[in-house]
Design a protein. Structure first.
Length: 324
């Protein structure tokens, strides 16, 4: 049995070569079009959160103009992002300042800067809180331009929206109270009450891995954690990355066993638009010029005490992320 804590790496394969990142040219996008911004050396060297984002590329006028989706964002002057405010590693709001930081938050701010330019990326995004139940709806009705919320790519979701990426990979894992010695992983969940977020990938994953577990569907991550802490359920299954955020500073909970799925995260986008091609170009650009690694080190790496970034999964490599 493995009990995972803050020093455990999130699921991903290999390590991104810093030398390879430095070798890439930061002034050329993945589509061969010119972009402006700091050099790859500056982007890869930056560990400060703001530096990691502001050292990233800015798309040229021609690149933005070639995309109707990006042009609409530029005209509006803000990128409307669906996300969360309670994930310490991925997207957390400071109640004193209202500032949202984390890996997903930084990527959304870097994307906004890529489209809009400017010296204050955090001012270029407008965050709408989403849940597993509302993500597709808000994209379909045009309330948000993109969703960055540890959003697992699935073919079923891709029937309603488009996904750019994947840009990161995690996996489903099991959270229990610290005193629990009966549950040691997904193979010991039979007969136990297990919280999952409604309309998330956790329910089907749990059905397959532990069909005899008693699922309790709750709306949000915070609801599931509260139910576990109150003893209303015996375990909670969700993305490993979210659980890492949860156990930081909470000695009453622990992660048990190993992640039992591989869940690739994508950026949710309106279906039928040209957003996927544009955002995939952005992702390829920040992966090749060192910005992705700099953001990882300033967020996930800093929280976990790790300096070596994983390799991002290949864009378009999982079902549901195929390019149009």
């Amino acid at each position: 049995m493995a009990i995972l804590n803050r020093r455990t790496l999130l699921t991903a394969s290999g390590a991104l070569s810093l030398a390879a990142a430095l070798a890439a040219c930061a002034d050329t996008g993945a589509d061969g079009q010119a972009v402006s911004g700091a050099t790859a050396e500056a982007a890869a060297a930056g560990t400060d959160y703001d530096t990691a984002i502001s050292s990233g590329p800015v798309a040229s006028q021609d690149v933005v103009a070639a995309s109707a989706w990006a042009s609409a964002v530029r005209e509006a002057g803000v990128l409307r992002v669906g996300g969360v405010k309670t994930s310490q590693i991925f997207s957390l709001e400071d109640p004193a300042t209202g500032r949202v930081t984390g890996f997903d938050a930084a990527l959304s701010q870097a994307l906004a800067r890529y489209i809009l330019g400017g010296d204050d990326p955090s001012a270029l995004t407008e965050l709408t809180v989403v849940t597993s139940d509302t993500r597709e709806t808000l994209l379909e009705n045009g309330s948000v331009d993109a969703v960055l919320a540890t959003y697992t790519i699935t073919p079923a979701r891709a029937e309603k929206i488009s996904f750019a990426g994947p840009y990161y990979s995690s996996g489903q894992a099991v959270l229990v109270r610290a005193e629990n010695t009966q549950i040691t992983g997904v193979d010991t969940l039979a007969g136990h009450t297990v919280a999952v977020q409604s309309n998330s990938s956790s329910g089907p994953a749990l059905d397959e891995a532990a069909p005899e577990a008693q699922q309790v569907q709750l709306e949000a991550h915070t609801d599931c954690v509260a139910a576990l802490e109150a003893g209303q359920v015996e375990a909670y299954v969700v993305d490993h990355s979210l659980l890492l955020s949860t156990v930081l500073g909470n000695d009453g909970l622990k992660i048990v066993g190993e992640p039992f799925t591989e869940d690739p995260y994508g950026i949710g986008l309106p279906k039928g638009s040209d957003a996927q091609a544009f955002v995939n170009t952005f992702l390829r650009t920040i992966e090749s010029d060192g910005t992705w690694e700099a953001i990882w080190r300033a967020t996930i790496g800093t929280v976990l005490g790790q300096d070596k970034a994983p390799t991002p999964p290949a864009i378009g490599s999982v079902p549901g992320s195929e390019t149009v």
